[in-house]
Structures are given as C-alpha cells and as structure tokens.
Design a protein around this ligand. Sequence first.
Ligand code: PAF
Length: 286
Amino acid sequence: MGLVIVNEISKLREIITEHKRNGKSIALVPTMGCLHDGHKSLMQKAHSIADITVASVFVNPIQFCPGEDYDKYPRTLDSDKLVAESAGVDIIFAPSVNEMYPDLQKFSDLTMVAPPYELTDIMCGKSRVGHFDGVETVVTKLFNIVQPDFACFGMKDIQQLFLIKKMVKDLNFPIEIIPCPLVREDSGLALSSRNKYLTEEQKKIALSLSKALFAIRGMYDAGVKETKKMFDTGLTNLDKNVELEYLEFVSFDTFKPVEFVGEATICALAARVGGVRLIDNIVLEV
Ligand code: PAF
C-alpha cells in the first residue's frame, strides 16, 4: 500500500475501521508538519512497532499564544509527504482547521482538556500560557479520531511528553506512549521546525544551547551532583546574545525541581535567539 493523504475525519475513520477489522495495530505520530529527521525517527519507530502508521500534519491554532508564529509557521505538505513516505508512513492525516474545529469562533467555545496548573505554570508553560491546554485538546481529538494502539512523541518537547503521558494515565486512554530520543544536527543543535527561522549567524549563537547542556553533562559525568553548580556552568557556556528563558533541573517522574541529581533527572532549557524561541534538554539520569 502506498502513502495515502486523508483530509476528512469521516474518511480516516472508515480506513481505520477497516484496518482494525483486519486485526491491524495502529501507531500515530502527531506533528505540525515541516518534517525533519527528528520527525522521521518518530515515524520509523512507529513503523517498526505497528502494522499501520498514521502521521498527522496539522498546525494547531489553539496551542499558539497571541503574538506567536501561528501565521508564519511553515506549511510544507509536499516535502512532508516525501519524508513520511521514506519513513514507512501509510497514512497522512492533514485536516483543515475547519475540519478539526468546525464551531471554533473563540477558544472559550471549545471543550478543552487541561493539564494541572502546577505542571503548566513552570518551564515552557509559564511563558506560553494556555499552550498545553491546546496541545492536550488536539492530541485528545487525534487519539479519538485515529484510535491508535501506540503514539510516538519526541523527547525534545520533554514537558509535552510528560504531560501527555500523565493525560493518558489520568484519562485512561488505551494507548501506549512511546518516547523517542531527541535528534541533533552533527553540530549539536537540536532539530526543530523553528530552526528554519534562524540565519547562519543565529545558528552559530544557538549552538551554545547544546554546548551548555553538554558542559552540564560533562560535569555530571565527572561526579558533580549539585544542580546549582551545573546551572552556573550552563550559564557561562551560553553566548551573550542568547536570551535565556529558563534552565531547569527537574525529575522526569514528577517534574519538580531537583537540587541534587538522582534518578530520572533531566536538564531542560528554553531560550530566544534573534527572537526565535528554541528548546533543548539532556537526560542526566534515567
Ligand atoms: O509537538 C508537536 O508538534 C505538537 O505539539 C503536537 C503534539 C503535534 C500537537 O499539535
């Protein structure tokens, strides 16, 4: 079967129903398109664990805050098809905004799925108020539409991954969430659709984000456990033109800050380079 592009929910449901009737397992890779090798690795993982791989390509308006890049977010469906096909995707679900939100006049018209405030008033959620409500709502809709057995999410969006895992547990979705490793350029820069906004000069500045994380990792490998010391080292490695939003050490079990690295600790950061918001993280202890 070659790659099929589906725009309507009803059509996708028909196809999925038929696959389920034939006993096929389904894996979903939710994306906003502008696919890069990070997305490709999610799709390859999905393809390796399920009979049918569905990738959604939908720039979700309700997860963008006022003043963010919703209008200019790259829409590249033609090249996305090539990436998806090369990764073994069977179906691209690319609905219009009207297909996903037919009655949307304003956010308050929608039934929303919202993560707990204490887990969103930190890190990315602190500056992107309402962002994770928009993410959880669209992911819930995609889960209900596609009814996958598995869903693959990248570890670059580490807070998103944590919140989705919690949502699946709290709301009893019969779906296994598959976390997939962050993918970097050879230079160390974490792959992101937003890297497209960076000039060559800004890319060089952005490299200091991964440099800071690698320096922290180096300290930890050398035996340092105190996160305050690692924080200071991280700061000294950042280019002076980086506007740091946060650099945090948190437990991946609770997302609470940690003073000393123990089990399941990650170091995550968000920063702006030339106005472009970038995120990155490194796992210190699994
Ligand atoms: O990670 C993303 O690209 C988006 O937040 C997601 C999960 C596709 C929901 O729109």
